[in-house]
Write a protein that binds this ligand. Structure first.
Ligand code: ADP
Ligand code: MG
Length: 275
């Protein structure tokens, strides 16, 4: 499957093939199947959004890509190698900023670099300041997380994920706890940062406009057990301003994604897809 991103090199970064993920629940006789048969390819530098009904296995899938949980069927490869655990090539951004409150903003950003222990203190500080600047927080290096707004904390979180220079960014509803205006602003910022850092991005959201605005392709998951119902390309030019959300072509894409989701919601309600 080829992405629609102009200029993308076309090298496959992530290849999921018929991925199945189950959880063993206490005293259950059978495993609980959260994801069943997800096939998806993401190419280098591509931005892919995943949407789907609540509980369909989006977070489960992302955690598997991050190497935090094993798959129980199919195959999951990064750059042609099976995912066996977490690695420096990936970084996750969660919904809650999860910053360390006793560390300054700068030292939150450099935490991963300090753990790696491969660079001198001066190099680490310099890298930290660079990422601080990239997320638009120049001047906030010595402030503590508790002194920042939710949007600023989420920027620090993003800077922290970028600081270890991963090849792939995994974002699990990172803007879900922000107010509507901050959220829109963060979307704009994320695209700017993504353009500069050239990462491959896999982004989960409940917000369909957000999914489309950011992505080269929107992947719609079915109700649980999740698999890919449809992949909707977003051939809108970049860079994108927020007003593209009112463009008739955008609205057409939005209709298409909504239709898919509505069918899934109806299927889930009808009980047609309980595992
Ligand atoms: N650690 C776990 N143990 C057992 N079941 C889980 C666990 N995590 C998630 N689940 C179940 O797996 C399904 C998918 O969850 P999740 O991946 O969080 O969905 P989504 O992110 O799409 O809302 C849900 O039914 C959820 O209850
Ligand atoms: Mg989730």
């Amino acid at each position: 499957m080829i992405g629609d991103r102009a200029g993308a090199q076309g090298r496959t970064r992530l290849r999921a093939s018929e991925v199945r993920i189950s959880y063993w629940q206490h005293r259950a006789e059978e495993p609980f199947v959260a994801v069943d048969g997800v096939s998806l390819e993401v190419i280098e530098g591509e931005f892919v959004s995943i949407v789907g009904p609540s509980g369909c296995g989006k977070t489960t899938f992302l955690n598997a890509v991050d190497g935090l949980i094993p798959i129980s069927g199919g195959s999951l490869e990064l750059d042609g190698r099976p995912v066996r655990g977490p690695g420096r090539d990936r970084a996750m951004v969660f919904q809650q900023p999860s910053l360390l409150p006793w560390r300054s903003v700068l030292r939150n950003i450099t935490y991963g670099l300090e753990l790696e222990g491969r660079r001198s203190r001066a190099e680490i500080k310099e890298a930290g300041l660079r990422y601080l600047s990239l997320v638009g927080l120049d001047g906030f290096a010595n402030v503590y997380p508790g002194q920042l707004s939710g949007g600023m904390q989420q920027r620090v979180n993003l800077a922290r994920a970028l600081a270890t220079d991963p090849e792939m960014l995994l974002l699990d509803e990172p803007f879900a706890s922000l107010d509507a205006q901050t959220r829109e602003f963060m979307q704009l910022e994320l695209l700017r940062i993504w353009r500069q850092s050239r990462k491959t991005a896999l982004f989960i959201t409940h917000d369909i406009k957000e999914a489309i605005y950011l992505a080269d392709r929107v992947v719609v998951f079915t109700a649980r057990p999740g698999r890919v119902k449809e992949v909707v390309p977003v051939p809108l030019p970049r860079p994108r301003e927020l007003r593209v959300k009112r463009d008739p072509r955008f609205i057409e894409i939005e209709d298409r994604v909504w239709n898919c989701i509505e069918q899934e919601a109806a299927a889930a309600m009808a009980g047609g897809r309980s595992a």
